[in-house]
Design a protein around this ligand. Structure first.
Ligand code: SF4
Ligand code: MSK
Length: 645
């Protein structure tokens, strides 16, 4: 769907360079057992696989059925996803602790108010204490959340009381972030938990430890160290790369290194050095969520999302790509040898064969960042002119909406409140709010599902909030600017966007920042008039092009928080009939929400709109103020029934 991507794919083809799309083609047909989730290698009596249709094995050697195998596999995905987000949170807590002890170079505490708010929430004393002392204790309290063995995670208390009760009643409240992940690994060992519902319930507990634990800690402590983002203009897509400047691309997830890279890339001496090497300056850009982090706080341009990482190198102008953790394709290692690009790994947790490693440490952050920028500058001279292909496409965007900013934006400087948002929903100007998140996946036309779903929803007066690679897809499509409201939004949403001056699609950050969406929903509930729980609200979530295990964890904590969630690609569980029934229907009776699988974004929009309408009816809200535009996805109740079947 994206022209820059089409152009770069052609360049790759011409040069005989394989990308993820080509490797995907080669992989077809993909393993059906894997897709249905019914292969198991949890012990070496196996590997075992269940024959879903024919006369073959219906049980593994130990007797595990398709449902048991699919459930074990799925909750192991949750464990990996929750571990990834939470380890990110742990690293940010480490940075805050080291900063409070004066052991870091390049960090300070920029979000002082957020630190005070967190201190109050975590019962850390603030009177007559230095900011460093408070930061120290806040960091220690957050660390304790990871290793806690009993009790309840602190931030789960942010949820509406009714939600907390549901979690307690069902033993979903996480006791400790790490504990729940470890317990999944124990339960999925051969011969332990063999009840698919019981397994999924532990998956829920671990996922809540991610959304209301590890991810929330990552977001909140990042705000303490780097400051709470505020709306900021920037640009996106591969066209942000510059032919006459040193291009340094950061890729991965954690803001700890990328944020100091911003300081290093604006260092006068280094800019002067770049000029000595014949470049006009240093151009910093980002891929994936580390890009979202520095976009929101510094306006650094987005080079692209997940499936554009290889294409960025293929432009031939990336002098250095520095990677940290998560979503970094090992393919980059081989690819760099076709160009002059230097790929640099920085995390001791994420090394790549053939890739130079410059180990990052918070204690020496700024000197390391400067060293990396210098390496990029020195590599500028090695560019091969004949290999340069920068697509022209770039698009303006506004990013950096947070739960704190939504308060100010809607309530004004002197009366910060969510009232206007709630009133707009109650009055039928806004139908509801939907979070669209997640990755790209070569199984789905690139960016298409993200953009189509977002457009269809805003056309139907649904306010859309986005994070991760979904946010980048919409950015490139021009949906993240206030002007997009005029072009794409329904009349009611347009009125709100024009009154406030905001885009119809709000960029709320990186993948861990989905916790910002949870906090926003808590605020909407406590503002009043829309029920007592998140599951009462006319809200939903979608991950139309997801691929990572983190998305599985996110999906589960969203549903367990009461948010109906539509996935563009089903979980790999369809070989287990009962577990599929449980996650798509049964969960509703327990947590008030469930999953739906729908790969067509227009049909996904219909499902979501139907859900929002149902919630509006239950709350006895006024009918929508304006009729949906001709050809819009609603109201299509009858058609929906058919499609649901
Ligand atoms: Fe086979 Fe059971 Fe071992 Fe899995 S745990 S590989 S199903 S014997
Ligand atoms: S980066 S997890 S591809 S959204 Fe967060 Fe994008 Fe998915 Fe990675």
């Amino acid at each position: 769907m994206d022209k820059a991507t089409q152009e770069m794919k052609k360049v790759a083809e011409k040069k005989g360079i394989e990308t993820a799309w080509d490797r995907y083609e080669k992989m077809i047909p993909q393993c059906g057992f894997g897709e249905l989730g019914i292969c198991c290698r949890n012990c070496v009596m196996g590997p075992c696989r269940i024959d879903p249709f024919g006369e073959g094995a219906k049980e593994g050697i130990c007797g595990a059925t398709a449902d048991i195998i699919a459930a074990r596999n799925l909750v192991r995905m949750i464990a990996a996803g929750a571990a990834s987000h939470s380890d990110h949170g742990r690293d940010v807590a480490h940075t805050l602790l080291a900063t409070s002890e004066g052991k870091t170079k390049g960090y300070s505490i920029k979000g002082k108010q957020k630190l005070y708010d967190l201190a109050n929430e975590l019962n850390v004393k603030t009177e007559n204490r230095k900011i460093e002392e408070i930061a120290h204790d806040v960091a220690e309290k957050c660390f304790a959340e990871f290793g806690q063995q009993h009790g309840e995670l602190q931030f789960t208390h942010r949820a509406p009381v009714k939600r907390q009760e549901i979690w307690r009643k069902n033993k979903f409240t996480p006791r400790g972030i790490d504990r729940e992940i470890v317990e999944i690994m124990h339960r999925t060992h051969i011969g332990v938990d063999n009840d698919h519902e019981n397994l999924i319930k532990q998956g829920i507990r671990a996922s809540l430890g991610d959304g209301w634990g590890g991810s929330m800690i990552a977001t909140d402590l990042s705000d303490v160290i780097f400051g709470i983002p505020e709306p900021i203009r920037s640009i996106s897509n591969l066209g942000v790369l510059k032919e006459d400047e040193v291009n340094l691309v950061v890729h991965g997830h954690e803001p700890t290194l990328s944020d100091v890279i911003v300081s290093a890339a604006t260092d006068k001496e280094l800019i002067e050095l770049a000029k000595q090497y014949g470049a006009k300056g240093i151009n910093l850009a980002g891929i994936c969520c580390t890009a979202n982090e520095i976009l929101m706080r510094h306006g650094i341009p987005l080079a692209g999302n997940f499936l554009q990482q290889e294409l960025a190198v293929i432009t031939g102008v990336v002098d250095l790509m520095l990677v940290d953790v998560q979503c970094v394709m090992p393919a980059l290692s081989k690819l760099q040898s076709c160009f002059h690009t230097k790929v640099i790994s920085t995390s001791p947790k994420a090394k790549f064969p053939g890739v130079e490693h410059v180990e990052f440490s918070e204690e020496e952050a700024l000197p390391i960042a400067k060293k990396i920028v210098r390496m990029a500058i020195e590599n500028y001279k090695n560019r091969k002119k004949e290999l340069v292909n920068i697509p022209k496409e770039k698009m303006e965007l506004v990013a950096g909406f947070t739960s704190e900013y939504v308060f100010k934006m809607l309530g004004g400087k002197y009366r910060s409140t969510y009232r206007p948002l709630n009133d707009a929903i109650i009055a039928g100007r806004i139908r509801g709010v939907v979070g669209i998140v997640g990755c790209n996946n070569p199984k789905i036309k690139y960016d298409w599902a993200h953009i189509t779903l977002a457009k269809e929803l805003i056309k139907n007066d649904v306010l859309v909030v986005v994070t991760g690679c979904s946010a980048m897809a919409d950015a490139k499509a021009g949906l993240l600017v206030p002007e997009a409201a005029k072009e794409y939004a329904g009349k009611g949403l347009l009125e709100i966007c024009e009154a406030v001056g905001c885009p119809p699609v709000l960029h709320m950050g990186s993948c861990v920042d989905i916790s910002r969406i949870l906090t926003t929903l808590c605020n909407v509930v406590s503002e009043g008039g829309l029920g007592e729980d998140i599951s009462d609200l006319p809200v939903a979530a979608a991950a139309p092009e997801w691929m990572s295990e983190k998305a599985v964890s996110i999906g589960f904590y969203a549903v367990a928080s009461g948010i109906y969630t539509v996935l563009g690609i089903p979980f790999p569980i369809l070989g287990g009939k009962e577990i599929t029934e449980f996650v798509t229907k049964g969960l509703e009776n327990i947590v008030g929400a469930n999953f739906a699988f729908e790969s067509d974004p227009i049909k996904a929009a219909e499902l979501i709109i139907k859900h929002l309408n149902k919630k509006r009816e239950a709350l006895k809200l006024k009918p929508m103020m304006y009729e949906p535009p001709v050809g819009a996805a609603s109201p299509v109740e009858n058609k929906n029934e058919k499609r649901n079947n």
